[in-house]
Design a protein around this ligand. Structure first.
Ligand code: PEP
Length: 252
């Protein structure tokens, strides 16, 4: 049985004061939520204060990115050791915004996953097709390539991964994949994971859906068999919306 995970990706939003205000509200609203893992990924600048604020609560901490080296002359980068030091349990890797704006390839994603796992972090690995790729009927091909290249050489002994299927055309657009569309891709991802690792291992890996998840569509998405939670962008910046999404996962 896979425990649902609802993860909030705050992206490049919220000052320290705004982050604190949001997390204080979330702590109150989410304090009785059980049966679901709750994660927030604030910007790097707010990780320390949010870590202190969530101490003793049911909310976990993650970062939105890392570099693939532990330390060294890499101006402006943040290493896996640094985010572990800040109390992060998870890190998001290969988000489509990083692939698009920072030209992160599957090879870079693969190196980041490797270094995250070596440093005992849990990696949320994002994959997803663009609108053009979907319209050209290349969704499964793109997903297969991202999964296979991203996970190349990753050993089962350190496999603390979650996959997030995030169709690029659904991120921040208000247009979500239908539950059936998402479930179909999730089932395909699980088949790929079975081929790469084993059926047993694949059945334990959570596959989240991401792309315009909001209170009005989350329950329907979460009710699909292969959808094990959500990676939430915009709606995670609003405490009430994020809470409703968490509650919809508790009810499954
Ligand atoms: C995301 O950034 O991972 C995301 C899914 O964003 P949104 O929920 O805003 O579409």
């Amino acid at each position: 049985m896979r425990k649902p995970l609802i993860a909030g990706n705050w992206k490049m939003n919220n000052s320290i004061a705004e982050s604190l205000a949001l997390v204080e509200r979330l702590k109150v609203l989410l304090k009785d939520s059980s049966g679901v893992e709750i994660l927030i990924a604030p910007p790097f600048t707010a990780l320390a204060v949010v870590r202190d604020a969530i101490r003793g609560s049911n909310i976990k901490l993650g970062a939105q990115n890392i570099f693939w080296k532990d330390s060294g002359a890499y101006t402006g980068e943040v290493s896996p050791l640094m985010i572990r030091d800040l109390g992060c349990e998870y890190v998001i890797i290969g988000h489509s915004e990083r692939r698009e704006y920072f030209k992160e390839s599957d090879e870079v994603v693969n190196k980041k996953i490797g270094t995250a796992l070596r440093n005992k972090l849990k990696a949320i690995v994002c994959v997803g097709e663009t609108l053009k790729e979907r319209e050209d009927n290349r969704t499964m091909q793109v997903i297969e390539s991202q999964i296979k290249r991203g996970l190349e050489g990753i050993s089962t002994s350190e496999l603390r991964i979650v996959i997030a299927y995030e169709p690029v055309w659904a991120i921040g657009t208000g247009r979500n994949a239908t539950p059936v569309q998402a479930n179909e891709v999730h089932a395909y991802i699980r088949r790929l994971l079975s081929q790469i690792f084993s059926e047993d291992i694949a059945s334990g890996i959570r596959i989240l859906y991401g792309g315009s998840v909001k209170p009005s569509n989350s329950a329907e998405l979460m009710s699909e068999k292969e959808i094990d939670g959500a990676l939430v962008g915009g709606a995670s910046l609003d405490a009430d919306s994020f809470t409703q999404i968490v509650r919809s996962a508790c009810m499954v």
